[in-house]
Design a protein around this ligand. Structure first.
Ligand SMILES: Nc1nc2c(ncn2[C@@H]2O[C@H](COP(=O)(O)OP(=O)(O)OP(=O)(O)O)[C@@H](O)[C@H]2O)c(=O)[nH]1
Length: 511
């Protein structure tokens, strides 16, 4: 009898241990998924804002601990979001389609279009554009559209008489500004750099138009490369998610089957335990009691053995599911790494200041070097200006750092809005901005700088319910023969120093 009790205790102990192992295995599985979703949300960051938010939310929900079964609808929702992402990509394609179409239709409405051009344009807009199914297929259509545009321009030029090359330094400068914001790395980067060089030397409309086509081509190629790799990656994620979901479903189904068997067994054990105590109460003598208990013990031992078998089965199935899921997640991780490598290759070089969205110091250095080289070759007029917000430290100190940040953003926006299209502005660092003003003499820039100074001063800042006026000081110089870049910059900086020392909120020009 005591031997049977001891066997029973051992069985019970092992059942408890088994349960603990099972719980641990569940935890491992949930951790696996949590990790997976965390990685997924990081990799997919930037593809779609809503997707980012939802994945972050899921991640935190899962980390707080949810039931295993609840993961199934969560995964379903994530799959749905991925599908929506693909639909959105299609919508973007449609929008691109529409804008090319409307540009073409505008051109069609031009008067005096030669017949052959009009025919070409009609074919382009009706059949060619209709056949475009992917972003990169826009390249030939756009190229031809620009060619037609070019031909119209030539025609107009001939009609106006004269055969001089039409030049536009203004368009060249605008293109330079656009290019400053477009910095690709790798092969595309080299192509963009050579366009930058070209645009800094040649201003003929026909060259500028060719450059426009080439820029469009680079952008579209890069977008479509990225799109293709993102699409491939999304397909892989979708597939893995579906497989994971199927595994989970299967595992949940099996586990609920085992659970119901387990519940029956538990009820059976409970019932037997109950009848043992009844039998004990009702037993007439010790011999019958011994016999009764011994029988019940034997049957209980069988039940516990069955229970252990069931739990063992559940454990084994869980281990298999875990292994399968592990393999799938590993495969996905490898694809993720490859995708990230590809993205890193195509990544934009960081040339934009994240706080103010203006070009940053690196963009300024690149642009200044380009303008400086053109200045040395062509001896055109070139001014450089350093601007600094007055008493900016006091804004941080009195109203907090975030008020300071907001001030920088608002001032940057006002400056960007007030400069001429051909001027270039960047955030040099802290509360300092730099301007490059090509084709301007020093005596000509007072007026536009005055406009900048006044527009900053007129911003109605309000901190802690108090109206605050913010001013800005400028130091400017014109590049001289023999100047190095550093010498010119230092001279503008000295001028700024003088502006600060003579009362701030002013412009000092230094020859
Ligand atoms: N909020 C915020 N503050 C910044 C940032 N970058 C620099 N600063 C702060 O800008 C302040 C600049 O202060 P100072 O160089 O003493 O000059 P100032 O107070 O503007 O005075 P003057 O230039 O002499 O008129 C420092 O306190 C920096 O910490 C930024 O990105 N955000």
């Amino acid at each position: 009898m005591s031997q049977q009790v001891s066997i029973l205790r051992t069985k019970l102990d092992s059942a408890i241990k088994g349960r603990k192992q099972l719980e641990h295995a569940y935890k491992v599985q949930v951790d696996y998924l949590t990790q997976f979703i965390a990685k997924l949300s990081l990799v997919c960051k930037g593809l779609d804002l809503e997707l980012d938010n939802r994945l972050a939310k899921y991640r935190s929900t899962i980390q707080k601990g949810v039931d295993y079964e609840q993961l199934v609808p969560l995964l379903e929702e994530i799959s749905k979001l991925f599908k929506e992402q693909a639909t959105r990509a299609e919508t973007n394609l449609k929008a691109l389609h529409q804008s090319v179409d409307s540009a073409g239709r505008k051109l069609q409405r031009q008067k005096g279009l030669p017949d052959d051009l009009r025919r070409n344009l009609r074919i382009l807009l009706t059949s060619d554009l209709e056949n475009v199914k992917a972003t990169n297929e826009f390249i030939p259509v756009l190229t031809r559209l620009v060619e037609i545009y070019h031909a119209v321009l030539e025609k107009k030029h001939q009609a106006d008489g004269g055969d001089a090359i039409v030049e536009s330094t203004e368009l060249a400068q605008e293109l330079q500004n656009l290019l400053s914001e477009l910095a690709f790395e790798g092969e595309s980067g080299k192509r963009i750099d050579s366009i930058k060089q070209k645009v800094s030397q040649e201003f003929s409309l026909s060259v500028l138009l060719d450059c426009c086509v080439e820029i469009i081509r680079i952008i579209v190629e890069t977008i479509s490369q990225e799109r293709a790799s993102a699409q491939k990656f999304l397909f892989a994620i979708n597939e893995t998610l579906s497989l994971l979901q199927a595994s989970l479903m299967e595992s949940v189904k099996r586990s609920s089957q085992i659970n119901s068997q387990m519940e029956d067994l538990n009820a059976q054990i409970q019932h037997k335990m109950h009848t043992i105590s009844q039998d004990v109460d009702e037993a007439q003598n010790i011999t019958t009691l011994k016999q009764l208990i011994s029988e019940k013990m034997e049957s209980l031992t069988v039940d516990l053995a069955n229970k252990e078998k069931l739990e063992q089965q559940e454990r084994e199935e869980l281990v298999t599911t875990l292994k399968e899921m592990g393999e799938r997640v590993n495969k996905l991780e490898k694809e993720t790494e490859q995708y990230q490598e590809r993205l890193a290759e195509q990544r934009f070089k960081s040339l934009q200041d994240s706080l103010t969205q203006l070009p940053n110091r690196a963009a300024f250095d690149e642009r200044f070097a380009l303008e400086y080289n053109t200045f040395k070759r062509d001896h055109h007029d070139l001014c450089i200006v350093v601007a600094d917000i007055d008493h900016f430290k006091a804004i941080n100190d009195n109203y907090g750092h975030s008020a300071g940040d907001k001030t920088l953003q608002v001032v940057a926006k006002a400056l960007k809005k007030a400069i001429r299209v051909t001027d270039f502005i960047a955030r040099f660092g802290g509360e300092e901005f730099v301007l490059i003003m090509p084709h301007s003499k020093l005596e000509q820039i007072s007026v536009p700088l005055e406009k900048l100074r006044r527009s900053v001063k007129a911003i109605p800042f309000k901190f802690k319910q108090k109206a605050v006026t913010i001013t800005i000081s400028f130091g400017a110089t014109q590049l001289k023969e023999g100047d190095s870049m550093q010498e010119a910059f230092d001279r503008a900086d000295e001028a700024l120093y003088q502006a600060k020392n003579s009362g701030r909120d002013r412009i000092v020009l230094k020859n």
